[in-house]
Write a protein that binds this ligand. Structure first.
Ligand code: PLP
Length: 556
C-alpha cells in the first residue's frame, strides 16, 4: 500500500475507478442537489463539490458523451450557490466573524443559518429517462451512509464574494490560484475594520488607537508564528511578499557572508524570484550558481544534487512546490543534505502555504518565505521566517525608522529581529488581513484542505490525461495544486482566451519560470491551478471547453 504526502493511500489491488470513488465518498459531504429544487445549478457546483460524473460513474467519464461532462444548459443557469447545503449552514467564516478580532471586540455579521431544505432521494438533474448511460452505473452508498461531513466546499465558497459573479455570461470559475488567491469575507471585513476602528501607526504613539493597531499587528505576527510552527514571533519578519523576502536574504545575509568562489545551489524548478536575486549577487561577488536538474516528470534528482554539494556550497535555495509544474520537492531531505555540508537552506513556500501544513522546525529551514496573497490574504504583505540567531547576526538591508535602537550622526545601533528588518512604516492593515486569512484556513484545517485538493488534483489529472493532443507538463507523483499543459494545434494564449470566454480564469504564459518550461521544450503553458474553493464542477467546465477546442480544431 502506498501512502502519499497527503496521507491518502490507494490499497494494493484496488482499481483506480474504485479508489477515486472512495475518495469521492470521503469528500462527498452534502446532499446532492435535486433537479428542479435549485433550478439550473449543477450538483457539482451546488452540492458537495464532487461532480455528478465523478460520483455516479466511478469516474469513468466519457468525454465524447455530452451528458458525462458538464452540459452548458445546466451550467449557464448557475448563478449562486445556495446559502446552506450541508445541514449546519455555518460557513467557516461564521464563527470567525462572530468572535473577537484584534484587540477590541469585533462584531462581524453572523451568516444566516439555513437548513438543507430538500429531500435527498429526489431525482438528480443528470439522471433522467434520456440519460440511460448514467442510470446504468452502479449506485454509490446513500448519503445517509456516508461519514460525517468533514469538508463542505459550498460553505467555503459562500465566504468568497468574488466567486459569486458571472464573467462573459458564465459563473466565474477561478483556476488562477497559483497567481493569486481570492479573499474570504473575514479577510475583507478585517481590513475594513482596521481602517474603521484601529488605524494608527504602530509601536511609537501613546494613545488608544496606536495600542489597538500595535496589538493587532503583533497579533498577526503571532498567528504567522503558529501557522509556520516557528519557535518565536521574533523569527517572523513582515515584508512585501516572497520576492522581497528572497531579495532581503540575498542583499543582507548574502552580501555580508558570501565571498568570491562560494557556491549557491537552486533547483531547475525555481520561480524567477528565486533565481534573479542570486544571479545578481553572483555577478556582483564572483559566486557560482549551480542548478539541481529534474527528471522528465519534474522531480528533483537527489543524486545529481548530492554531486553538486561540496565545501564551497554556502546556500541551497529552492521551492517547496513548483509554481509551473506543481511538483512537491523533498524539502526536508534537501535541507538536511545542505546542512550536512555546512550550507544554509532557504525554502520558497510561496506555492506551498495554501495547499499543505508547513512546519519550519520540522523542515529545519534557515529561512522560509511566502506571500500573503497566495494564501487568501491581501497583496503587498508577505513573510520572511528566519532562525532567530541567524536574523540577529545579519546586518539590516534597509535603514530608517523602527529598525533602530539609537541614532547619532556618528553611529546607529539596530534593534534585534524582527524590527531590524522592518525599516519604515510597514503594511499594517494587510499584515492584520493576513492574520485573518491564517485564522480562516486554520479553522478549516490545512490537513483537510490538502486532502480535498489532492482529490481535485487526481480528478483533474485523470480527465486532462484523457484528452487527445493534450500534454501535461509536470507529472510527478507528488504534486500540489497545479496542472500545466499544452494542447496540440493551439497556442497557449488561444486556450486561455477560449476558457475566458466561458468564464474560466487560468494563466497562460511562462509563469515567471522560464528555465523549467524550457526544460520541457516549451516557452509557455496553460496553467489551471487549484484552491480550497474549487469543485469538480469547475474542472468539468474546464474539460468541457478543452474538449470543444479539440473537436473544433483537431490536431494539426
Ligand atoms: N516563488 C514562487 C514559487 C512563486 O510562485 C511566486 C509567485 O508566483 C513567487 C515566488 C513570487 O511571489 P510574489 O510575486 O508574491 O512575491
Amino acid at each position: 500500500m502506498n501512502t502519499d504526502t497527503f496521507g491518502l493511500s490507494q490499497p494494493d489491488g484496488l482499481p483506480d475507478e474504485r479508489w477515486l470513488q472512495e475518495l469521492a465518498n470521503k469528500f462527498f459531504t452534502s446532499p446532492p442537489v435535486p433537479m428542479g429544487a435549485v433550478e439550473g445549478i449543477p450538483a457539482s457546483v451546488a452540492g458537495s463539490g464532487i461532480s455528478p460524473s465523478a460520483v455516479h460513474q466511478g469516474n469513468s467519464v466519457d468525454l465524447e458523451d455530452p451528458m458525462t461532462s458538464l452540459p452548458d444548459p445546466h451550467f449557464a443557469g448557475a448563478g449562486h450557490v445556495p446559502a446552506s447545503v450541508a445541514g449546519s449552514g455555518r460557513s467557516p467564516s461564521a464563527d470567525q466573524m462572530a468572535g473577537s478580532v484584534g484587540s477590541e471586540a469585533f462584531s462581524g455579521v453572523q451568516r444566516p443559518t439555513e437548513q438543507w431544505p430538500f429531500s435527498t432521494d429526489a431525482a438528480f438533474y443528470f439522471i433522467s429517462e434520456k440519460n440511460a448511460f448514467v442510470r446504468s452505473q452502479p449506485a454509490l452508498p446513500t448519503h445517509a451512509a456516508l461519514p460525517a461531513a468533514p469538508y463542505d466546499v459550498n460553505l467555503v465558497r459562500k465566504d468568497f464574494p468574488i466567486l459569486q459573479q458571472y464573467v462573459n455570461g458564465r459563473p466565474l470559475v477561478w483556476l488562477d490560484n497559483a497567481a493569486t488567491t481570492q479573499k474570504p469575507q473575514p479577510v475583507i471585513d478585517r481590513i475594513s475594520h482596521y481602517y474603521e476602528q484601529e488605524n494608527s501607526n504602530i509601536h511609537r504613539a501613546a494613545h488608544e488607537l496606536a495600542a489597538r493597531s500595535t496589538d493587532a499587528f503583533e497579533g498577526a505576527r503571532d498567528k504567522v508564528r503558529h501557522f509556520l510552527n516557528a519557535s518565536s514571533s521574533n523569527e517572523i519578519v513582515f515584508v512585501r511578499g516572497a520576492t522581497e523576502a528572497i531579495n532581503l536574504v540575498a542583499k543582507s545575509w548574502g552580501e555580508q557572508f558570501l565571498q568570491s568562489g562560494d557556491e549557491i545551489i537552486v533547483s531547475h524548478l525555481e520561480h524567477h524570484a528565486n533565481i534573479v536575486p542570486w544571479q545578481q549577487l553572483a555577478g556582483a561577488k564572483g559566486l557560482k550558481l549551480k542548478v539541481i536538474p529534474v527528471d522528465d516528470e519534474g522531480q528533483v534528482l537527489l543524486d545529481a544534487y548530492s554531486r553538486l554539494l561540496g565545501p564551497r556550497t554556502k546556500l541551497v535555495s529552492f521551492t517547496q512546490v513548483s509554481n509551473a509544474l506543481g511538483t512537491i520537492t523533498p524539502a526536508s531531505k534537501i535541507v538536511e543534505m545542505a546542512h550536512a555540508v555546512g550550507a544554509k537552506a532557504l525554502v520558497d513556500g510561496a506555492q506551498a502555504v495554501s495547499h499543505m501544513p508547513v512546519d519550519v522546525r520540522a523542515l529545519d529551514a534557515d529561512w522560509y518565505v511566502f506571500s500573503g496573497h497566495k494564501v487568501f490574504g491581501p497583496t503587498g504583505i508577505g513573510v520572511l521566517y528566519g532562525k532567530e540567531d541567524l536574523l540577529n547576526e545579519t546586518a539590516p538591508w534597509q535603514g530608517g525608522g523602527n529598525m533602530i535602537k539609537d541614532v547619532t550622526f556618528e553611529h546607529t545601533t539596530y534593534q534585534q529581529a524582527p524590527a531590524r528588518f522592518e525599516a519604515g512604516t510597514g503594511n499594517i492593515a494587510d499584515a492584520i488581513g493576513l492574520g485573518a486569512a491564517i485564522d480562516y484556513v486554520t479553522r478549516i484545517g490545512m490537513d483537510l484542505i490538502s486532502q480535498y485538493e489532492h482529490y481535485l488534483l487526481q480528478y483533474a489529472t485523470r480527465l486532462l490525461t484523457d484528452i487527445p493532443g493534450l500534454r501535461l507538463i509536470g507529472t510527478a507523483p507528488d504534486k500540489a495544486g497545479v496542472l500545466s499543459f499544452v494542447l496540440d494545434g493551439y497556442r497557449t494564449e488561444e486556450v486561455g482566451a477560449a476558457l475566458n470566454q466561458s468564464g474560466i480564469a487560468v494563466r497562460s504564459g511562462h509563469h515567471c519560470a522560464q528555465p523549467i518550461l524550457r526544460r520541457f521544450g516549451v516557452e509557455s503553458s496553460v496553467r489551471p491551478s487549484l484552491a480550497l474553493y474549487n469543485t469538480c464542477g469547475d474542472i468539468d467546465a474546464l474539460i468541457a471547453v478543452l474538449h470543444r477546442l479539440r473537436t473544433t480544431r483537431p490536431r494539426l
